[in-house]
Design a protein around this ligand. Structure first.
Ligand SMILES: Cc1ncc(COP(=O)(O)O)c(C=O)c1O
Length: 393
């Protein structure tokens, strides 16, 4: 790939940081012991996992024993939802309902569907036009039959941040547990599990300059959930399978880096993001920023360009050196209209014209300038070809 290609799809994945790579490499070559082995090779990798667990815990204000490593955000979400549901069914069978929102990632929605097919009841909360869950809607939906509320921290498409502390408090008042999918938030905004009052929180390494295929679920100390993968009993019996040692080491380092440079990240990325939004809004007619202006993760800019097809826009941008996305990389190949934008009340035209530009630490102002200029001409070109030519050209 050309090195001058501009990467604005950091919500999908991020480059592995040099420091992360350097810490991982020995665990692929010299330090290959199985952490379950008693000899020194095993003890070495066990120590590496302990350090990584401490670093992940520190980033979110947890204690190391509250961290369970998984194969990523998807597995962490599955473990939280299914693990809670299975445990509740065996202990308190009357608690057979889960509340979630209409704008969750498929990593939450699909396990919910699966649980529905196994007799659990799922309540899906609506959202506002900005993508916010209303606390009053959660209050009204709660009841004694609810085992778990699962609401994402920041949305992967439009970047809206939910009032997690308030929502968790409401869930607890009704006797329900609270899980949040913080895959898009952890490492990007200040975040403490104790302050938020959540019982479980999902994270993913590759969104914060760590390797792919590793993540974690925070499980509050004292809380019991059922495992969903059975075997040798690794991760305190919660997630069997020989640990992905290089991945876990890399994730730990990525968390340490993210925590250390959090304010630098927030300043750099949000300044670029605001500059991008300002220029697009001023220079590209019939464009609109989607999601909340104020309650938003620092690296997300999500627009609708009226009279343009978002898929065509991405192809044209890519041809002209800019990598962008319409939304969720994980479901984009399904070519279905975004369930998030639908839930926010968008029309078909507003959904098809949507584009997500998500920034990272390595992006520069010069790249934003080039992006705006490419975007302006590509949008113009596509509008010329569109049946809406007269309306938006
Ligand atoms: C909000 C959210 N949850 C879960 C996931 C899945 O994480 P992973 O790719 O680590 O499985 C993603 C990935 O895009 C995400 O954005």
């Amino acid at each position: 790939m050309a090195t001058d290609h501009i990467y604005l799809d950091n919500a999908a994945s991020t480059p592995v940081a040099d420091e992360v790579m350097a810490e991982m490499l020995p665990y692929m070559k010299q330090q290959y012991g199985n952490p379950s082995s008693i000899h020194r090779f095993g003890r070495e990798t066990t120590r590496a996992i302990q350090l990584a667990r401490k670093r992940v815990a520190e980033m979110i204000g947890a204690s190391p024993r509250e961290i369970t490593f998984t194969s990523g955000g998807t597995e962490a979400d599955n473990l939280a939802l299914k693990g809670t549901a299975i445990h509740a069914r065996s202990r308190e069978p009357e608690k057979n309902r889960i509340i979630t929102s209409n704008i969750e990632h498929d990593a939450v929605l699909e396990p919910c569907k699966d649980l529905e097919s196994r007799g659990f009841v799922i309540t899906y909360l609506p959202v506002t036009g900005e993508g916010l869950v209303r606390p009053s809607d959660l209050k009204n939906a709660l009841g004694k039959d609810v085992a778990l509320v699962s609401i994402m921290h920041a949305n992967n498409e439009v970047g809206t941040i939910q009032p997690i502390k308030e929502l968790a408090g409401i869930a607890h008042q009704a006797g329900a547990l609270f899980h949040t999918d913080a895959v898009q938030a952890a490492g990007k905004i200040p975040l403490s599990v104790k302050d938020l009052g959540v019982d479980m929180m999902s994270m993913s390494s590759h969104k914060i300059n760590g390797p792919k295929g590793v993540g974690a679920l925070y499980i509050r100390s004292g809380l019991k959930i059922a495992p969903i993968i059975h075997g040798g009993g690794q991760e305190s019996e919660l997630r069997s399978g020989t640990e992905n040692v290089p991945g876990i080491v890399g994730f730990g380092k990525a968390c340490e880096l993210a925590a250390k440079r959090l304010s630098q990240y927030q300043t750099h990325v949000s300044e670029l993001r605001d500059y991008l939004i300002e220029r697009v809004s001023k220079e590209i007619p019939h464009s609109r920023l989607n999601g909340s202006r104020t309650s938003r993760i620092p690296n997300n800019a999500h627009f609708t360009f009226f009279g343009v097809n978002g898929e065509d826009l991405i192809i044209k941008l890519d041809e002209n050196g800019v990598a962008a996305s319409t939304g969720s990389a994980c479901s984009v190949k399904k070519q279905k209209p975004s369930h998030v934008l639908k839930a926010m009340g968008f029309s078909y035209e507003e959904i098809t014209g949507s584009l997500r530009l998500s920034l990272g630490m390595h992006n520069t102002r010069e790249e934003i300038d080039r992006t705006v200029s490419v975007l302006s001409s590509v949008v113009k070109e596509l509008r010329e070809l569109s049946p809406f030519k007269g309306k938006y050209a």
